[in-house]
Design a protein around this ligand. Structure first.
Ligand code: ADP
Ligand code: MG
Length: 409
């Protein structure tokens, strides 16, 4: 999938030069990789000693426990290191582009300096717990002074992690307040936006049911009930990849094409649900309803405001483009929506017509190609090739379906 690497046009040369200095940090991360190597060596050294002691019969239970705790300690510090290396590099130097990688850490897709701080603080608490445990296991050989300070320091780590975690909440809320979503007169077919939810992405999981309820999906459809085996195309891997919903973080689009009943709406809703679960706010409506909403806004002289308010939704779903050709005004409004979202937010668009035939939908060649150009630039265009799922039981009878003829539907 193509990805923009272009530099924002409003960036000054000085700003650009300053920004480029972030690369100075790159070697630091490689230095930390060397430190990882040291920990790997230390781990196996400890492990070897442990095995040696056990075999030679020198190790009692306490000794083994202490040695294992030491190993756990080494692994936890190594985990901390990888978190700093990958998370720090991704946040402060450059994107690693792990999206879609099967080993992508769960936290990396929404990493920012706040998340990283909290993760690090909790990792440090984990490490200090192991240290404290080591002291208590070996309590007869640990001076009281060390025990006392170990406990005090551990408490200080816990307090600072709790404070950081608490502060990351209000920070997200502050961000939300700075970009409130104003809803003056929503079109009835599209659910009202909820100001109390923070803007954009949240911790995955938290509030996902509220986001799903607020998204306006016509029915609850999930990927788990989508039968990929029914489709001749695309490959199930494509659907699994889209199901990670990381296209939303990249502000990329998904275009689902196919004949009636091939599961476009099902898939669009299911991907929307996944995006909600990944912490994104989503808004779903049919193309005609989007048209009505934007036409209302335009008539009230607040189209720009309306488009800006929709920025609060990292993902908009536009279902059923092309079932009914657009009126000239609706065509223009749809173009404006796509142009506004370009590299700013994601769209899932479903259509029963191949992109090459969108001129028929727009009634205007130039506008259709300008829209398709922006929509498809950073997009996964997926053509669902299947018999209609609705009439599948009639297969073999009189119904021949749309499939079999490839993407020409
Ligand atoms: P489209 O939007 O392409 O016309 P829908 O997504 O509305 O089709 O699908 C029609 C019905 O068939 C829905 O109830 C949907 O859940 C179901 N359906 C379609 N494709 C599949 C599939 N591959 N697996 C499971 N259910 C499907
Ligand atoms: Mg549909």
């Amino acid at each position: 999938m193509p990805r923009s690497v272009s530099q924002p046009s409003n960036m000054t040369t000085l700003g650009c030069a300053l920004f480029a200095t972030r690369w100075l940090q790159a070697p630091l991360y490689f230095g930390l990789v060397a430190a990882q190597g040291v920990y790997v060596y230390k781990f196996f050294n400890e492990l070897w000693h442990l095995i040696h002691h056990v075999i030679s019969g020198h190790a009692d239970e306490t000794h083994v426990m202490l040695a294992v705790l030491k190993l756990v300690d080494v692994v936890m510090i190594a985990n901390l290191l990888i978190m700093v290396i990958v998370g720090g590099y991704e946040t402060f130097v450059s994107r690693i582009g792990l999206q879609g990688h099967r080993d992508q850490p769960e936290w990396l897709s929404h990493v920012n300096s706040n998340v990283l701080k909290v993760k690090l603080a909790t990792a440090i608490v984990g490490i200090s717990s192991v240290h404290l445990l080591q002291m208590f296991v070996d309590v007869h050989h640990t001076p009281r002074h060390d025990l006392l300070w170990g406990t005090v320091i551990h408490m200080a780590f816990i307090a600072s992690a709790a404070i950081l975690a608490y502060m990351s909440g209000p920070m997200a809320a502050h961000e939300a307040k700075a970009h409130p979503v104003k809803e003056e007169s929503p079109a009835p077919a599209i659910p009202a936006q909820r100001d109390k939810e923070p803007r954009g992405r949240e911790e995955p999981g938290a509030g996902s049911e509220e986001r799903i309820a607020a998204a306006g999906f016509p029915a609850r459809k999930v990927l788990e009930t989508f039968d990929e085996g029914h489709l001749r195309a695309p490959d199930p891997q494509v659907i699994a990849r889209l199901g990670k919903a990381d296209f939303v973080a990249r502000k990329a689009n998904v275009v689902l094409l196919g004949g009636p009943g091939t599961g476009k709406t099902h898939l669009a809703v299911a991907l929307g649900v996944r995006a909600c679960q990944a912490g994104h706010r989503v808004l779903f409506a049919r193309a005609a309803d989007w048209g009505a909403r934007l036409a209302d806004a335009k008539a009230a002289g607040r189209l720009r405001k309306e488009l800006a308010a929709l920025d609060a939704y990292p993902l908009l779903v536009v279902d059923e483009v092309g079932y009914v050709p657009f009126e000239p005004e609706a065509a223009h409004l749809f173009f404006q929506l796509v142009a506004h979202r370009y590299e700013r937010g994601s769209l899932i668009v479903t259509s029963n017509r191949p992109l090459g035939r969108w001129a028929e939908v727009f009634g205007d060649d130039a506008m259709a190609s300008a829209t398709v150009d922006r929509l498809a630039h950073h997009a996964e265009v997926v053509t669902l090739d299947a018999e209609s799922y609705r009439t599948r039981r009639l297969e073999g009878a009189a119904v021949t379906g749309w499939g079999g003829s490839g993407p020409a539907f």
